[in-house]
Design a protein around this ligand. Structure first.
Ligand code: SAM
Length: 286
């Protein structure tokens, strides 16, 4: 079988009995124009190794390979898809390697990247683990990826790119800004998927900040943002009390160290303010 003669995805699903399993967040993209549109957001493909999470029946996988990806390492938890993916691998001259694993637990080493190599992550992410996977990749050091092109449910995509002051602004936008640059690429309506999920989806493109520019204490950042946004309608004087209780300083002292008004609310403080608070929180613990 060659790439041109691979059967349509609906036939692959029927032939292999691949009904969607809700436990694995399975909503398939069967329109190859849409998968090609996602693949083209990945930038220069021919020199790159791709890591795809959850290839399923292989729609996005085919698009990555057809658009010229040098090789694709695909991680799929549901073993039912492996025979169909083997056919894709055969059609593309073994540029596809499939690993049956849980993407939440697989290590960068297990991916088999060459020393210092940075992969491009591409995925139509399962909703139930999408945010956990994303924050894990953001926090990973050393960074093993050069770009991530990711489909999330639309609300999560909006939270990733939200500017300060926006209703969606919070922990996800701040962690993203501390470690990377993210752009909202486009929205996909629920009807684009088989079976359709309850909500729309959106693709974001995320590039890690250069070495030396990424905020390095994500644990402290997580502590202060969890506290501040845990009670987002309260003033920081009150909402930061929980994080401050883990230090020798009061919330007011932490805020004063960063020149932040204790009467302000979390959603009005830009990511740089939270990075300064994270440093003050860390210093007040030692
Ligand atoms: N890429 C396919 C597409 O676009 O049609 C399928 C996307 S579907 C939203 C999510 C895929 O992730 C499914 O194939 C599912 O089995 C897989 N998956 C779910 N949880 C996973 C996990 N923890 N690790 C790896 N794959 C997982």
């Amino acid at each position: 079988m060659s790439a041109d003669t691979l059967p349509p995805l609906r036939e692959v699903i029927a032939a292999h009995g691949l009904g969607a399993d809700k436990r694995f967040g399975q909503h398939f993209l069967l329109d190859l124009n849409l998968t090609a549109k996602i693949a083209r957001l990945c930038g220069d493909m021919s020199a790159a190794t791709f890591v795809e999470i959850g290839p399923g029946p292989g729609g996005l996988t085919r698009a990555l390979l057809s658009e010229g990806a040098r090789r694709v390492i695909a991680i799929e938890k549901d073993a039912r898809f492996l025979p169909a993916l083997e056919e894709v691998s055969a059609a593309f001259g073994s540029r596809l390697k499939v690993i049956e694993a849980d993407a939440l637990t697989i290590t960068a080493t297990a991916l088999g990247l060459e020393d210092g190599e940075r992969a491009i992550i591409a995925a139509n992410l399962p909703y139930n683990v999408g945010t956990a996977l994303y924050t894990g990749w953001l926090e990973a050091e050393p960074v093993w990826w050069s770009r991530a092109v990711l489909m999330f449910q639309k609300e999560v995509a909006q939270r990733i790119v939200a500017p300060v002051g926006d209703d969606a602004y919070g922990r996800l936008a701040i962690l993203t800004a501390a470690r990377a640059q993210a752009k909202y690429a486009f929205t996909l309506p629920a009807r684009a998927f088989t079976p359709p999920p309850k909500v729309d989806s959106a693709v974001v493109v995320v590039d890690p900040l250069p070495d030396g520019e990424r905020f390095d204490d994500t644990q402290a950042l997580s502590a202060v943002t969890a506290s501040a946004f845990g009670q987002r309608r309260k003033t920081l004087r009150k909402s930061l009390a929980q994080a401050a209780s883990q230090t020798r300083a009061s919330a007011e002292e932490l805020l004063a160290a960063c020149d932040i008004d204790p009467g302000a609310r979390a959603e009005t403080i830009p990511p740089e303010g939270f990075m300064a608070l994270a440093r003050a929180w860390r210093a007040a613990r030692s």
